[in-house]
Design a protein around this ligand. Structure first.
Ligand code: SF4
Ligand code: ZN
Length: 360
């Protein structure tokens, strides 16, 4: 890492603040300590371990799927989870779970990375594909609907695909590689969208406890300028994929991300403070939260007769792809909190982790 090297050179003969033996390789913005690679690995892994233990994320004997996109954060997560599981005897059965959206030139390449990780980390991999589950790839969907609402389809389909993959693996939990920056970005987006229901839960380290599979984010507190995950992946030479989705149009989220990064550059703790603000929002009791039921067609959780995926799929199959989109647009334009809360039930739209969303 360039920054680390410069610091090490500048430090000259000084030694790592923690072990006092080796040359420092980087300076941690959080503590301003100059530390060596080995101490960085220890500190980083130990922090994640403390988050896991302190928040009681897992119980011995549980089966846990790691949402693996082939990207940097989920690759670091897979590596660190398998290390900690061994070192601290968590007693977990770990699996990699990937979604194949059917995006040529993007997901096919990143899945190759995940397949290598399967071998490198010795974790069994399950891939669920949109084509198998829904009969459509994202490439085919984009041909029909264009590049405007593609992420709505993709997000809704991904949520169910992950749950179905998790059910296939019979896991008790699903973990994702979302870090503090991702969560701060989502807090901000939910405020900008007035999305009360999501705002209330997007900061939780575990979500979906009322749904089919709880999801946890062990990297919830991982922040620091230029992201520790990046440094860790770089030093450990982890094999990951770093290209953006070819259909990613998300200018709005991109703006929020840049804004967060600017704030972080000026004051790294801004990230934690945004998350804290999100955590401390209270939903007024007059905001009606949705009642959870199941979709009459596919049995997935839904507060409506049909879940969002079935509505979108019906539109696609009938040659009326705007069917499901029109409704949510109407609701998005509504100022009525109750309608807004309704939209945010189990069938809400979720983009992928690459696109920055909190749900994968
Ligand atoms: Fe799907 Fe993300 Fe690509 Fe949108 S940007 S099409 S949500 S993978
Ligand atoms: Zn050291």
């Amino acid at each position: 890492m360039e920054e680390g090297n410069t610091i090490a050179k500048r430090a000259g003969s000084r030694l790592c603040c923690l072990c006092n033996e080796r040359k420092p390789a980087l300076k941690r913005p959080k503590t301003l300590e100059q530390i060596c690679r080995d101490c960085f690995y220890n500190v980083f892994e130990e922090e994640i371990h403390q988050v896991i233990v302190g928040n009681h994320l897992f119980k011995a004997g549980e089966r846990v799927a790691i949402g693996a996109s082939g990207g940097k954060d989920s690759t670091v997560l897979a590596y660190v989870m398998s290390e900690l599981n061994r070192r601290h005897n968590y007693g977990l059965d770990l699996f990699l779970l990937s979604v194949d959206e059917g995006i040529t030139g993007y997901r096919d390449d990143s899945l190759e990375t995940v397949k290598r990780n399967e071998v490198q980390y010795g974790l069994p991999l399950k891939i669920v594909s949109y084509k198998d589950l829904y009969g459509w790839t994202m490439d085919e969907i984009v041909k029909v609907i264009g590049l405007k609402n593609n992420c709505t389809f993709c997000g809704v389909f991904r949520r169910q695909a992950l749950d179905r993959g998790a059910a296939y693996l019979k896991v008790d939990k699903l973990v994702t590689g979302h870090n503090a920056d991702d969560i701060a970005e989502t807090v901000l987006l939910n405020i900008l969208r007035g999305d009360v229901a999501r705002l209330s839960r997007c900061t939780s380290i575990t979500t979906g406890e009322d749904g089919p599979i709880p999801r946890c984010k062990p990297f919830k507190y991982t922040y620091e300028n230029f992201n520790q995950n990046h440094t860790y992946a770089y030093f450990k030479k982890l094999d990951y994929f770093s290209t953006e989705c070819i259909y990613s149009p998300n200018a709005y989220r991109g703006f929020a991300r840049e804004f967060i990064k600017d704030l972080e550059r000026m004051r790294p703790r801004a990230i934690v403070d945004i998350i804290k603000s999100g955590e401390n929002f209270r939903i007024s009791t007059s905001t009606k939260m949705p009642e959870q039921g199941t979709c009459e067609r596919c049995g997935y959780i839904s507060s409506q007769k049909w879940c969002k995926a079935c509505v979108l799929l019906e539109g696609l199959n009938r040659g009326l792809p705007k069917l499901g989109i029109g409704r949510s647009r109407f609701l998005e334009n509504s100022n009525d909190n109750r309608k807004e809360a309704k939209r945010n039930d189990g069938d809400r739209s979720i983009e992928s982790k690459q696109c920055g969303s909190l749900d994968f």
